[in-house]
Design a protein around this ligand. Structure first.
Ligand code: 3H9
Length: 703
């Protein structure tokens, strides 16, 4: 018997259990184990029905992604599923956990599906740049209807068991143990002599779409309207169309052909890289294996401003009570008011119920009395960026907080070690750098100080997961990973203006590249005054280097969207900004004053000069150990700054482009600006013909 597929008997019912931790992925051993077990059970006359289940935390969560890219070892998953569907005796899937991708496809090949409470089935393949390639795009539409199947396949989000039941994707939600419930279901099927239901033979749910495709077409257009250059969502919709237009066997063939094309594509490689990189980014190589996070049942946030408010919302959303402390009653009330208003918007858009709003506001309390944080397990400081203010706060927290509390700062560039030294317990201090708006953005840079204890780090990572963030552990330096690389980009973006580009051209080159927003639209949104104040306080190289245009705009009171003017003009009610001739004239004048002769600049040059320096900075960050792996940098940029997912992040993309090419182009630009000299690590890897991926310490899973 296979070591990953167990068969036991319960009277005349056979229970087949897949046991391949951690998520019962359907790798070669599982597929061949299933294949052999099903053949035996088919031929065993004493077996009247079969229950198929997963051991441990879930029914299979999909094909084994680590096998992608290597030649397939038979039997293929599609073959195993067809074999199960063809069984002459009832096969009932007993689902629990997250039956995803190939796991859900396996369940669709069974004749009935019983699910435990809380099961979340789905077809998330699209997020890996592929489509369900083991019959999912052909069976799900036949089971629940193509219009209903479409968003599940194109969107990739798992659905709650209740919704799956409503749609007919599952047949029963079990009250108690799901395997027992599935066995009882099988006995009922046998007693009632119910005919076996093979989804591939069902036509009833696709008949309407066959007669009139218009509802499906409209749903497909809506589902693929905002795909940002991704191929997989379009292929998913196309494959669902095959279910309507083609006989099952033909549709299956076409689905598989699309799957094979996608799995080879650069986009899918990039997305699979991001899948594994996201899981690795929170792992700390030198953390002792037995490190346990401390329990966090109560949180506190210092500062009721935009960041503090957003962070507090994250805790309330996760069901963790949070106390906000601000110096004045007025600031506190304003902050609490903003939070309530933000939740109100969610309610009015139907994303949240009024009861939820009451419940979440009930978890948030405010005070001007710092001693209220005494019982908090984690305290996050989110006041403005001034070292002295932060040191003062941490000194006070040190006297008030309980000994086991984690003390975190949300600074975006200040020295976490220096902040830690303001306390008598630097081991309890670290950075938790949220991105704005904190209640929306997924990224969380967890900044490990020199003294941060492993347990404290583990607690921050655990809290990040509870807040549904994507944590990336980074080291201390100016701007950490994200803002330090952004700085390399900002430095060049103003130079491009002076040399001949317009803000609109620079922004368009980057949105064409795949960013949701260009650098100047982004500064206008964030406010030009932030960088201006930093440059004034810390010298012109502090924030993105000298910025003569931005500085002059600020002196004119043009702080961006909030003042209606920045690099662009913002008319009331208009969505984006429009170019401003006054800004164009200012740029020309400044260039002339600086003796710069303006010239035609190509979009290609813009991309090279904005993104290659970021990559070079990324190489320095790796060399210094600020980031542990190139994939960590990719996760920061994809989740915090909108780097296009289809390119897999800056470091992965750099490998695709080729490091030798990037080195050569940076050397070329360095003739005009020595700061663009390629980083030593980039030089070395390029000389050796290697990519950043070769630096990975873990096994190269996503290859
Ligand atoms: C597919 O099915 C294609 C078919 O349509 C067609 C075939 C022909 N394979 O996320 P976690 C690892 S495509 C290999 O930390 P959680 C993961 O790397 C697949 N490994 O746990 C991690 O390893 P490590 C469609 C996998 O509880 C460990 O398991 N399915 C796979 O937060 C724990 O994972 C999907 O896209 C896999 N399929 O979340 C589902 N899945 O410990 C992908 C996980 O070494 N998986 N691992 O870092 C998920 O979404 C989440 O892992 C899941 C659990 C929700 C299941």
């Amino acid at each position: 018997m296979s070591s990953v597929v167990d068969v036991r008997r319960d009277g005349d019912i056979a229970v087949v259990t897949i046991d391949n931790p951690p998520v019962n992925a359907l790798g070669h051993a599982v597929r061949s184990g299933l294949h052999a077990a099903m053949r035996e059970l088919r031929d065993d006359a004493s077996v009247k029905a079969v229950v198929l289940a997963g051991a441990g935390r879930t029914f299979p969560a999909g094909a084994d992604i680590t096998e992608f890219g290597n030649p397939l070892q038979p039997p293929g998953l599609g073959e195993v599923i067809e074999q199960i569907e063809a069984m002459p005796k009832p096969v009932i899937a007993a689902l629990h956990g997250t039956p995803l991708g190939g796991g859900f496809e396996l369940a669709l090949g069974c004749h009935w599906r019983v699910a435990a409470k809380g099961t979340r089935p789905g077809l998330p393949e699209v997020k890996l740049g592929i489509l369900p390639g083991a019959g999912g795009t052909q069976r799900l539409p036949r089971l629940i209807g193509p219009v209903e199947a479409l968003p599940i396949i194109v969107g990739g989000e798992p659905i709650p068991a209740e919704r799956a039941l409503q749609l007919g994707a599952i047949d029963e939600i079990a009250e108690g143990d799901v395997i027992e419930a599935a066995i009882a279901f099988a006995r009922r099927v046998l007693a009632e002599k119910r005919p076996i239901v093979r989804v591939s033979e069902r036509e009833d749910k696709i008949a309407a779409a066959r007669a009139d495709r218009s509802a499906f077409e409209a749903a497909a257009a809506e589902a693929t309207a905002r795909t940002r250059g991704l191929e997989a969502p379009v292929a998913c919709a196309k494959a669902v169309g095959f279910a309507i237009d083609l006989p099952f066997a033909e549709g299956l063939k076409r689905e598989h052909a699309l799957f094979l094309d996608l799995v080879k594509s650069d986009q899918s490689k990039a997305q699979r890289h991001l899948f594994f990189a996201e899981r690795e980014a929170a792992k700390v190589a030198d953390m002792p294996k037995d490190t346990k996070p401390r329990p966090v049942v109560r949180a506190a946030v210092i500062g009721a401003g935009t960041m503090g408010g957003g962070i507090s919302m994250c805790f309330a959303n996760a069901g963790i009570p949070v106390t906000i402390v601000d110096a004045t009653e007025e600031a506190l009330q304003r902050g609490l008011g903003t939070i309530e208003k933000n939740y109100g918007i969610s309610v009015s858009r139907g994303r949240m119920s009024a009861d939820d709003l009451t419940a979440r506001m009930g978890l948030i309390s405010g005070t001007t009395d710092m001693t209220a944080v005494a019982d908090a397990d984690i305290i996050i400081e989110a006041v403005f960026e001034e070292m002295e203010v932060k040191r003062d706060i941490f000194g006070r927290l040190d006297r008030i907080a309980k000994p086991s509390a984690v003390l975190a700062t949300n600074t975006s560039y200040l020295d976490v070690n220096e902040i830690a030294r303001a306390t008598g317990r630097p081991g309890s201090v670290l950075g938790m750098h949220f991105f704005s708006p904190a209640n929306v953005m997924k990224l969380l840079e967890i900044v490990r100080g020199k003294a941060t204890e492993p347990e404290v780090l583990a607690t921050a990572i655990d809290v990040a997961r509870k807040l549904k963030k994507v944590p990336v552990v980074v080291g201390v330096c100016f701007g950490f990973v994200g803002n330090r690389m952004l700085r390399a980009r900002s430095l060049e973006s103003e130079r491009l203006l002076l040399e001949g580009a317009s803000p609109a051209q620079v922004d368009r080159a980057l949105t064409d590249f795949g960013f949701p927003m260009g650098p100047f639209a982004m500064i206008d949104l964030a406010g030009l005054d932030i960088g201006w104040r930093i440059r004034k306080a810390m010298g012109p190289t502090a924030d993105g280097g000298p910025a003569p245009i931005a500085d002059q705009l600020c002196e004119m009171g043009r702080f961006g969207q909030k003042t209606g003017r920045g690099f662009y003009i913002y008319e009331k009610g208009a969505r984006g900004g429009t170019p401003d001739p006054e800004v164009a004239a200012l740029i020309e004048r400044t260039a002339a004053d600086m003796g710069i002769v303006r010239r035609e600049i190509s979009d290609e040059e813009i991309v090279e000069r904005l993104i290659y320096p970021m990559i070079s900075e990324g190489a320095k960050i790796l060399d210094e150990g600020i980031a542990q792996r190139p994939g960590d940098i990719d996760i920061v940029w994809v989740n915090g700054y909108g780097f296009p997912v289809r390119l897999g992040g800056p470091m992965h993309w750099a490998d695709t482009v080729g490091l030798a090419h990037i080195r050569d182009r940076l050397r070329h630009w360095a003739q005009f600006n020595p700061a663009l000299q390629p980083a030593p690590l980039l030089e070395r890897l390029a000389d050796e013909g290697r990519g950043f991926a070769s630096l990975r310490t873990g096994r190269d899973k996503a290859a």
